[in-house]
Design a protein around this ligand. Structure first.
Ligand code: HPA
Length: 240
């Protein structure tokens, strides 16, 4: 699978070794235009936009992943295997449900439970512990302190179904202390482990699944920008 790949039209060397991964390609464009210096578009296959620029002098790329483990896994695999990406930070949204988890909260996904089968496929049918890279996690914790951003760190659940068949969140998720549900982290963590890359997922709570609270478009934009700032500062700290 040489470059360009089936899903990414960038040339070899077009991506930095560190990449931010929002689900929405227009969020990738927003990050490139508002958070990076000298960003240029490097891929647009299927409108899944990718950009490379710099932040505080560090080369960094940003690319959309689409929604769900299969879509995110396609892009992340090609970025790691063919473009040499080594550090991947997903910046996404989630539905929070644990007590004390409110809309606009920032969550560091220390680990990701899942109903997806991808990590069992990778791990001989057994249960792989899909966890964040410790150094990236620690860097994000430190960056949050410096920025004065409050964070919650813990488990999330990566679901294959947005419109679930059962109660969402399940009793087990609540009993076991899971904070929120999203749709990509467990796949990203398993893939990073398999490919020798390092990954972290940072999330903002867009919906409170128990109370039904939803953040407004304005609130989502502000918390999204805080999260991007945190992710970029974490990547800089991690590189020091
Ligand atoms: N489920 C899955 N992913 C999400 C949700 C949700 O309720 N909210 C935001 N991302």
């Amino acid at each position: 699978m040489p470059t360009p790949t089936p899903h990414i039209s960038a040339a070899a060397g077009d991506f930095a070794e560190a990449v931010l991964l929002p689900g929405d390609p227009l969020r990738a464009k927003h990050i490139a235009e508002n958070h990076l210096d000298d960003a240029t578009e490097v891929t647009a296959v299927r409108n899944m936009l990718g950009f490379t620029g710099s932040y505080k002098g560090m080369p960094v790329s940003v690319m959309g992943t689409g929604m769900g483990v299969p879509s995110a896994s396609i892009y992340a695999t090609e970025l790691i295997v063919e473009y040499g990406v080594r550090r991947l930070v997903r910046v996404g949204s989630c539905g929070g449900f644990a007590p004390g988890v409110e809309i606009r909260d920032l969550i560091l996904a220390v680990g990701a439970c899942t109903d997806s089968m991808v990590n069992r496929s990778r791990y001989d049918g057994k249960d792989f512990a899909a966890v964040a890279d410790f150094r990236l996690l620690r860097a994000a914790g430190r960056a949050a302190e410096t920025l004065g951003l409050e964070i919650k760190a813990g488990l999330v659940h990566t679901s294959d179904l947005f419109y679930g068949a059962g109660p969402s969140p399940s009793d087990a998720m609540q009993r076991m202390g899971v904070l929120a549900v999203e749709m990509e982290a467990a796949g990203l963590y398993g893939l990073a482990a398999e490919c020798g890359a390092r990954a972290l997922t940072i999330l903002t709570v867009s919906d409170q699944l128990i109370t039904g609270d939803r953040s407004s478009a304005d609130e989502r934009q502000t918390t999204f920008d805080d999260m991007v700032h945190l992710a970029l500062d974490a990547l800089v700290l991690d590189a020091e």
